[in-house]
Design a binder for this molecule. Structure first.
Ligand code: SF4
Ligand code: SF4
Length: 130
């Protein structure tokens, strides 16, 4: 990995806040994923890609935009690996690289559908605030 790639991996791991080495490749996360069919790199593959420093492939993957953030994979994982959270981290790294990670509270109302339940907004903000 280049120093720049190492910096991106550190950023992803900070958001992720878990241990990719605990993955035992059982595939339960992918089996429970509703977006599995749309993904090029599957949820159960994310931990080993990160462990092996293959960050660029993850950042170019379709998966980070197909993941619904439903956390089914997080709940299903017997080792607490949280692959969905890892996918979140990679997506945020890409957004940050594109310079789009700065969102101010006053910008939010215009972007939100008025029909969106408040509970959904609160849970998304809680999940994304790290
Ligand atoms: S992340 Fe968890 S559920 Fe997915 S393959 Fe690894 S151990 Fe299994
Ligand atoms: S959080 Fe993403 S990867 Fe995990 S089950 Fe839901 S859609 Fe699939």
């Amino acid at each position: 990995m280049t120093p720049d790639e190492m910096k991106v991996r550190d950023y992803i791991l900070k958001i992720y806040d878990g241990d990719v080495t605990k993955c035992m490749h059982c595939g339960k996360c992918s089996a429970s994923c509703p977006a599995y069919g749309e993904m090029d790199i599957k949820p159960h593959q994310f931990p080993s890609y990160v462990a092996h420093g293959e960050i660029a492939a993850l950042m170019d993957s379709k998966t980070i935009w197909e993941c619904l953030g439903c956390s089914a994979c997080v709940e299903r994982c017997p080792r607490g690996v949280k692959p969905g959270k890892l996918i979140d981290g990679v997506r945020q790294a890409v957004i940050r690289q594109r310079g789009g990670s700065h969102l101010y509270p006053e910008q939010i109302p215009a972007m939100v559908d008025p029909e969106t339940p408040q509970q959904l907004l609160v849970s998304v903000l809680r999940r994304e605030r790290k």
